[in-house]
Every structure is written in C-alpha cells, then in structure tokens.
Write a protein that binds this ligand. Structure first.
Ligand code: ADP
Length: 809
C-alpha cells in the first residue's frame, strides 16, 4: 500500500490491529489489490469490506465526504453515512450475494456533510471485489457527484420556461400581475416568491404577487425593500423560520430558512420593484444559486419591461394611427388635395381628389413636367420658380402659391392654393417635397363678391353720409369712423371712448335719456338689443349743435351678456330744424286762429241769447249749428296747438288726485250735448283714484269717444268702462263701427296716420288725435292699445299706473 496521497498516508498510519479488520498483512489479497487501485486512482472511489462494510476511500472522494473526512475512514458504512444506510444496504447485500454490480444514476440523497442537510445527487456503481476463487470479499464503489449538474439543469429548465412564457406581457401591470404564477410550479427551487412594486412618487411598495406565502406571512418578515432599491444589489435575509409563522416547510429541514431580495431593474438603471425568493434550505446557497435567482429576477424585470415597452409602443402606434386618422379626416373634411414629389425620380403622386383636378385617372402616375402642364400658361412660370425656390436648401423649404389649373375634361379654371414643405438631409440634399392643394375657386368668388359688396356699402354709406360706430364691450373700446367723429365735432383720429367722448358730446338735455336707452339696449330681455334714437350733440371743437339719428344693434353672448354694440349715425339737423320751424308755424297759426274764433263764439252766444228772448226759433237753431261748427273748429285748432306744444317739448303735466270714473261720467255728459246719433254710456265701473293731469286724460277720453262715434256711422252705442287691473286703472271705449285691419292697428298711434279706405274717405280728420293721446298716456307711464275686428267694431284701451310716477322720456 504505497502512495495514495493523504488518504493512503492516513490508512498506513492507522493501527488496524485495534479494529475488527485486524492487521493489514492479513487482509485478503483481493482487498489489498483493490485498495491499492482505489488509492492510486484520481477518480472518486470508495470501497467497503468486512462484516460491517468498513469504508475506505481515496483523496478524490474527500470532496464527497465533506466534513466527515477523515473521521469515517475505516468506519462501518452504517456509521459513516447513517442517513442513507437503510436505503442503500439492500444494494450492498445484493452485490455481496449475487456478485453482480449495480449502477445508480443521479441518485438523490439527503446528507449532512457541510454543517447542514443537503440535497445531493450521485452517479455510482457498486461492484463486487472477488478473489481468485470467485469469493466476494467487498464492494467497490466508483462514484461521481452530480448534484451541481442536476440542480443546474433544473435551474436552466426554469429559466427556459420563464423565458418562453414571460415575454408576452402587453402592459407593465400585466407583468406585475402574472410573472409569479409561473414560479409556483418550481416550488422546490424557489419555495416562495413575492413581487413588490415600487412607486417612486409616493415612495411606497405594493405587494402585487405572492406564491408560497400568504399576504399575512409575507408581511411578517420585514423585508429590506427600500435598502435593496437604494443599494441596487441583492440582500440575503435569514432567520425567517422565527419570523414567518406556520410556514409549510415540506421536506425541507426547519432550520435556517432564508430568502433573497433582488431589485427589479428596467432598462439601464431604473429600479421599479423588488423580487423576493425563498431559498430551499436543502440547497447550498452558493454563487450559482444566487446567480440563478438573479437571472429569474432579470427575466421578470425584462418581462415587465417588455410589457411596459409594448404598452408604450402600442400607445405610440395608437397615437400615430390616431393622428393619421385625424390628418386624413382633416384632409377629407377640408376637401384638400395632397401631393408628393420624389426629387430623385421627379415622380409626382397625389390623392384622387388632386388627380381629378388635373384631369387624371386615380391610378395615373405622372412626372413633374406633366403636372405643370395642367397649370394655366400665365401662372406656370411663377409656379416653376416657386418650386425651384422651395427645393433650394437656403430657402427653408417653404412653398406657398396660388394659381389656376385647367384640365381637358373641365375647361373652367380652378383656383388653387398650394402649400408644401421640402425636407433636406444633413448634406443639404433635398429628400422629400410634399404638401396640399386647396380649391379656392369658391373662396375667391366670395371674396370678390365681398369686396364688391364692401365697396358698394362704402359708396352707399358715403352717399347717405352715414357714420358708423362699433363698441367692443369686452375690451371696453369704441371705434368711430370719420363721419361719426364729425357729428360730435371731433377732427382728430385718436382713440375715443364712451365716457370721455360720447356722453359729454351729447346735449345736456339728452344725456340722461340716451344713457337710459343705451342701458336698456344692453339688457336683452328688455330691448332685444335694438337701439333707435334721436339726440342732439354739441361739437367739442366747434361747439355746434347737431341733430343725430342713431340706429344700432347690441350683440349678446350665450349668457345674454352684451359683447358688442354696432350701428350707424345720420345727421338730421336740417330736417329737425325744418320740423321745429313747421311746429312753430303751426303753433303760431293755431294761436292766431284761436283768437278770432273765441270772439266769434262769444258773438254767437250773445246772438243766441237775444234770439231766445225774441223767440226767433230759426235764428236759435241756426246759431246752435254755428256754435257746433265753431266747437269742431276749435277742437281741430286745439289739436294742432297741442301737437306743436308736444313736439317742442312744451307740454307739462299738472298732476292732481281725481277719480277716473267721475271724469268719464262728466265727459259723457258733455258729449251727449253734441252727439245725438249714438248713445254713450258707462258700464258699472270701479272707483279708482289716480294722480294725473285731469284735463289731458280728459282730452284722451274725449278723443276716443269722438273717434268711436266718427268711425261707427251705423252704430248706435258707445260703451265705456273703467276697471282696476292690478296696479293700473284700465279704461276702454267700445264701438260697433267699421273696425280696423290688422296691418293698420300698430300705425294708428303714429303722427298723421289715417286709414285710407272707401269708408273713411268722407270722414274728416288729420291723424293727430290718437298720436296725441298716445303721447299723453306714455308721459303718464301708461299704455294705449286697440283690439278690433274688421266690420264688427273696435275697443280702444289705455291703462295708467295707480301709483303714478312721471316717466322720463
Ligand atoms: P283722425 O281721426 O283725425 O284721422 P286719429 O289719430 O284720431 O285721427 O285716428 C287715426 C286713424 O285711426 C283714423 O283716421 C281712423 O282711420 C282710425 N280710427 C281711429 N279710431 C277708430 C275707430 N274707433 N274705429 C275705426 N277706426 C278708427
């Protein structure tokens, strides 16, 4: 027994006399021979002989023996490896009894040799050691440990599966929710696994998946999540058997449960979660175990990353698709032609719309020179030079031009606007030139028509000497044209404003009235934005008085807030002055006519008294008729006088309290004296007191009664009524006369308006009675209106507020 390294030396040094095997010199020669073979082999070999299968092994076997070397040398097999003896003894016995050798391939043993119970795999043979006579003296055991290989294969299989199945996540979330489920199948190598997602914004972790542990158990360990993320490297967490309660260890020894926490990384360096893998206590935590788990984490990270990328990519393609759709939609909606010129081939392509404009078929392909032929001769050179310009690098590549195209199928020229952009590469070489074509024929026509219309408007405005104003109520600005400025005596072109120019420019007597009307125009509910006024201005620069008629419209937003106020102004000074002169004239004439009429009436009354005394009945009846005519005449003259007073603003209201029904009764009494054709009566009425000008309201009632009589020649009754309706008193005068057509009804209250018809032609009048009545009622803050049916009769109404307040006009 020479050589054999350390093992050989150990065997030689041992005093075998003390053992049941006795002096080596007496060992069977086949054993000694085999031992010599064993010790001198570099392949791990052990051999067993003697009644208890005493173990001998060589240096190469020491790695398998682990920390049992050197203690087990020469020990009975059942003492050397007690944990496997029960299982393997039958095989030893079989070799001894049959002399046949047995081969075990990758047999699994759980053995304790490096301080813990380890899952090990061995590939070994058990062969008989026989002497010359064929007697079996021992068992020869050539053995190769395949633990590393087997576990490695298993790990590779897992990684392969992960690789196959984890790559198809379509979102990052999907990765987080699915990745672990696969690992459940590989419980032996990864007894439990957890996936924590990290939210950098809130600096929190969420357990998104868990396998092999419940949520509660996962929470018991106190994982170094933040530390792992911060350090960026894995951390081993031990002592878990004490922390995780009721953990199912399966066939694993209960001691020393560990896990590894590995940061999940996306791309270069962004860490977004932590993968925690439990470690099988039967498997040595060596670099290869760690590397394996790092690979698993890498796979999961990469898969989630794939999901994230897929998601991003999908979003991007969706967005591109969306923008393409939008673009196409816009192109279609705008009725645009699109074109593209390949600068290398000069090929010109376009959408169907564009082709049809050039008279081409949808599948036609043309080059640039052919396309240019479609452009009318006068425009072509301009287009060519614009294209050349755009295709030159220095130009910036922008192209925009308007021109006309004609095609043989449609000889009317089509005006188009071409817009495009040329793109250049780093060498300043053009790579692409494309753009759109817009049909602007209609736009051009409208524009021309607009220009003409504008010109016409300008001309007629000038002819009519209309000025314009435009107030932007949002910006608070006001625009006046030259003519408008002139009417306010302004010659400069600086900014003007409502407060600084308009209001002060108004005559002091008109200022309050006009600003009230404008405020009303700004109130949609009250005026619908309509504005139609006459006022006086006093020129700021020339101090001249001018009369102005202004008409305009206020525009409102959706909330009915005024936003713009536009309109025109017209000078009416001459007309106004003429009217004033006319009114003065009428006033003067009426006044002059009244004086002789008054004395005429006095003389008639004197004559009448005398005739009565004399009992001259012919004279009496003649003089009564004269007096009636004088009364009619003075009523007419009074009408004119009142009109001129009204127009020149000389009417004043002398208010006092009186009962309206009393007034009506009085007037009926007076009227019956002169009216014999009709019965005039007052229906049962309310006793209402108002504060108003008694004489003027009386005039109104008289006028309505006399109209009712005048315009109902065949009627017999005129009925009056006086009622309180809410806060107003309402007076009505009804007749059974000719009635009034709808189209005349609104105009009756206008000055000098008379209905022209066969029925009215013999009835005298000037069309001022209702105008005066309406003015009087309006000045009392009341209303006047008529209801009528042609051929049936009319009822005139007026109402006055019972609480009278004078209305400012
Ligand atoms: P005048 O009676 O002097 O013409 P008014 O101003 O009083 O003037 O009346 C204007 C017009 O209204 C009259 O010309 C007449 O055509 C019409 N009109 C007024 N009252 C009545 C009525 N009760 N029935 C029919 N038509 C009337």
């Amino acid at each position: 027994m020479k050589g054999g390294g350390e093992a050989g030396a150990q065997i030689r040094a041992r005093n075998w006399e003390e053992t049941p095997l006795g002096n080596p010199a007496n060992w069977p020669s086949c054993i000694r021979l085999s031992l010599s073979l064993c010790l001198n082999s570099s392949f791990p070999i052990s051999m067993y002989w003697g009644a208890d299968y005493h173990v001998f092994y060589n240096d190469a076997y020491k790695d398998i023996a682990g920390d049992r070397h050197p203690g087990i040398m020469g020990k009975p097999r059942k003492e050397a490896w007690p944990e496997t003896w029960q299982e393997i003894q039958p095989q030893f016995d079989a070799v001894m009894s049959t002399g046949n050798s047995i081969r075990n391939k990758d047999k699994r043993f759980l053995i304790h040799r490096f301080g813990f119970i380890e899952e090990c795999y061995f590939d070994f043979t058990l062969s008989p050691i026989a002497d010359e006579d064929g007697n079996i003296c021992g068992v020869f055991n050539a053995v190769m440990e395949t633990t590393y290989q087997i576990i490695n294969e298993r790990r590779n299989h897992i990684l392969q599966q992960l690789n196959l199945q984890l790559h198809n996540f379509q979102t990052g979330e999907h990765g987080y929710s699915e990745a672990i489920s696969l690992l459940q199948r590989f419980k032996h190598d990864i007894p439990f696994s957890l996936l924590y997602k990290y939210d950098a914004l809130t600096d929190t972790f969420t357990l998104t998946q868990y396998a092999g542990l419940t949520i509660e158990q996962a929470g018991q360990a106190g994982w170094p999540l933040k530390e792992t993320i911060v350090s960026g490297v894995h951390a081993v967490v031990g002592g878990l058997e004490a922390k995780i309660r009721h953990f199912d260890f399966g066939d694993m020894p209960v001691a020393g449960l560990q896990a590894i926490a590995i940061p999940l990384k996306y791309g270069e360096d962004s860490t977004t979660g932590v993968f925690i893998a439990g470690l099988n206590t039967l498997i040595r935590l060596d670099d290869s175990y760690k590397q394996f788990l790092e690979s698993v984490a890498f796979q999961i990270g990469a898969s989630i990353n794939n999901g994230v990328n897929f998601e991003k990519e999908k979003l991007r393609t969706d967005q591109i698709k969306y923008s393409e759709d939008q673009l196409q939609f816009a192109i279609d909606a705008a009725g645009l032609g699109t074109w593209d010129l390949d600068p290398f081939t000069n090929r010109f392509t376009g959408n169907n719309r564009l082709k049809s404009w050039f008279g081409l078929q949808p599948d036609a392909e043309i080059d640039l020179s052919q396309a240019l032929n479609g452009i009318i001769d006068t425009d072509r050179p301009l287009v060519v030079s614009a294209i050349q310009e755009a295709m030159t690098f220095g130009s910036g590549g922008n192209y925009q031009i308007e021109y006309a195209i004609v095609n043989p199928l449609d000889p009317t020229p089509r005006m188009v606007r071409a817009k495009g952009k040329a793109l250049f590469d780093n060498e300043q070489q053009i790579t692409r030139f494309s753009g759109t074509l817009q049909d602007i024929t209609a736009e051009r026509k409208t524009l021309d028509a607009l220009e003409r219309a504008y010109e016409q408007a300008r001309l007629s405005k000038e002819a009519a000497q209309l000025g314009t104003f435009d107030m932007d109520l949002i910006k608070g600005t006001m625009e006046w044209d030259e003519r408008c400025r002139l009417l306010f005596g302004i010659s400069h072109h600086n900014k003007v404003s409502y407060e600084a120019d308009f209001l002060p420019g108004l005559h002091i007597l008109d200022r309050e009235r006009i600003s009230t009307i404008i405020n009303k125009a700004f109130d949609k509910a009250e005026s619908n934005g309509d504005y139609d006024v006459e006022y006086r201005t006093v020129g700021v620069e020339d101090n001249q008085l001018r009369w102005v008629r202004a008409k305009g419209k206020v525009f409102f937003d959706e909330q009915d807030e005024p936003i713009r106020f536009v309109g025109s102004v017209l000078e009416i000074t001459n007309e106004k002055l003429n009217e004033i002169r006319k009114n003065d004239f009428i006033g003067m004439v009426s006044h002059e006519l009244k004086t002789p009429l008054t004395s005429l009436k006095a003389y008639v009354q004197v004559l009448n008294a005398r005739s009565r005394k004399e009992g001259n009945s012919f004279a009496i009846s003649s003089l009564n008729k004269v007096e009636l005519q004088i009364n009619k005449m003075s009523a007419l003259i009074n009408g004119f006088l009142n009109l001129s007073r009204l127009e020149s603003g000389k009417i004043h209201l002398n208010r006092l309290d009186f009962r309206v029904d009393d007034l009506i009764s009085e007037i009926i009494e007076e009227s019956t004296l002169v009216v014999s054709t009709h019965q005039i009566k007052l229906l049962p009425s309310d006793a209402v007191v108002i504060n108003a000008d008694r004489d003027k309201i009386g005039q109104v009632i008289t006028n309505l009664i006399s109209n009712a009589v005048k315009y109902s020649p065949r009627g017999e009754v005129v009925e009056l009524a006086c009622k309180q309706v809410e806060d107003t008193v309402q007076v009505s005068v009804r007749d059974d006369g000719m009635g009034i057509r709808l189209q005349d009804r609104d105009k009756l209250f206008e000055r000098f308006y008379r209905v022209e018809s066969a029925h009215t032609e013999n009835i005298s009048g000037f069309g001022i009675g209702l105008y005066l009545s309406a003015e009087i009622i309006k000045r009392h803050g009341g209303e006047i209106w008529v209801e009528s049916e042609k051929g049936v009769g009319s009822t005139f109404y007026f109402s006055l507020p019972v609480q009278f307040t004078e209305r400012s006009i």
